[in-house]
Design a protein around this ligand. Structure first.
Ligand SMILES: Cc1cc2nc3c(=O)[nH]c(=O)nc-3n(C[C@H](O)[C@H](O)[C@H](O)COP(=O)(O)OP(=O)(O)OC[C@H]3O[C@@H](n4cnc5c(N)ncnc54)[C@H](O)[C@@H]3O)c2cc1C
Length: 317
């Protein structure tokens, strides 16, 4: 039976993690169908049909799918799940909200946050904040899987020609209703997909001091992250939190400033390709995962770093 992947999008374009999920799903089985649920999202259907790994696009349009509400999506997916062996989505807020509802309605045990496909029924997933890995075999006939997007490369976007099948909408769920969306708009790259991330911790001492981080992020075209201590202290909002209860990031370069390196923080960034740590405490655990460590006061080091960046003509974006 084919695999059904639920696309994440904003009715205009696909969210990038859907491409990573497509790679993971096509490692389970190459017969991959993608379910697009939205409103006035023809352009997204077209872009999905051009992805070579996608064999068919299921496309449902209705006004009540305009603003993603998992309460509306889940019954529609379940209604169309009979022909599929696996239902797959990303293990981000989209998938974490949606997949448990689908799994519960299908009476199946979800396998969450997989980082590797070992076989169609066996997967690797991190446990204990990434300090151990569990190999999980699912014996359910229908498997609900969420994938950790940063563990899979994005799929190719063009060259395919999948068919698009229109699927009838399900009834609108009356128990909850979309009121409004509050999104932080930023010109900076998204934290989850940025090539460079610079994060500040409690050592920043105040929200105002994050301007030192912002200035460097501007120069490097980097996303801004934070430790939970910095978020809890109100220095920065929680969509910047990196770690076990925040975002998992795997950038080419992660710069941790004034962050001690608690395991819950490491769980969100230790797979980064190059880690740089700036901390005045030479014994801080962050240095044990850092490729480059600078034992220094951040209030001296960051301005010097910025000066050096200002001397460079340009940074490749
Ligand atoms: C269930 C659970 C989930 C959690 N989830 C997360 C999570 O998702 N993400 C997360 O980050 N944490 C998480 N935590 C919290 C985590 O345990 C730590 O408390 C937190 O990461 C500490 O943040 P920090 O490193 O900024 O602060 P601290 O541990 O207080 O470290 C501050 C660091 O700044 C350095 N410093 C201070 N002043 C300067 C200066 N002037 N110059 C240079 N360095 C300086 C200090 O030497 C110190 O190492 C979680 C905890 C629990 C229990």
């Amino acid at each position: 039976m084919p695999i059904l992947l639920i696309a994440e999008h904003n009715n205009k374009e696909l969210k990038p993690f859907t491409l990573n999920a497509i790679t993971a799903a096509s490692q389970i089985d190459t017969d991959l169908h993608v379910f697009l649920i939205g409103n006035n999202c023809e352009a997204v259907a077209k872009s999905l049909s051009e992805i070579p790994a996608v064999k068919k696009v299921l496309h449902t349009e209705a006004a009540h799918y305009e603003n993603y509400l998992a309460e509306n999506f889940a019954p529609l997916v379940v209604k169309n799940a009979h022909n599929y062996s696996h239902i797959v989505s990303s293990a981000n807020t989209f998938g974490k909200n949606l997949m448990p509802r689908i799994a519960a309605l299908l009476n199946t045990s979800q396998v969450s946050d997989i980082i590797k496909v070992i076989s169609p029924d066996t997967f690797l997933r991190p446990i204990y904040a990434g300090n151990a890995f569990a190999t999980v075999k699912s014996t359910d006939t229908k498997k609900c899987i969420t994938i950790r997007p940063t563990s899979f490369e994005p799929s190719e976007k063009s060259g395919g020609s999948a068919s698009v099948e229109k699927i009838e909408a399900a009834e609108e769920f009356s128990g909850s209703k979309f009121i409004k969306r509050e999104e932080v708009k930023s010109d900076r790259p998204e934290l989850g997909t940025a090539r460079i991330v610079i994060s500040g911790g409690r050592g920043m001492q105040s929200g105002d001091n994050f301007k030192l981080i912002n200035a460097i992020a501007d120069k490097l075209n980097a996303a801004i992250g934070a430790s939970r201590a910095a978020v809890d202290a109100g220095y920065i909002s929680n969509e910047h939190q990196v770690g076990q209860t925040g975002k998992v990031v795997v950038p080419d370069l992660y710069i941790a400033v004034g962050i001690s390196g608690a395991i819950q923080h490491l769980a969100g960034m230790k797979e980064s390709k190059i880690i740089v740590a700036i901390n005045k405490d030479g014994e801080a655990p962050i240095f044990s995962v850092a490729d480059y460590g600078l034992e220094a006061d951040l209030f001296e080091a960051l301005p010097q770093f910025l000066d050096e960046l200002n001397k460079l003509n340009s940074i490749q974006k």
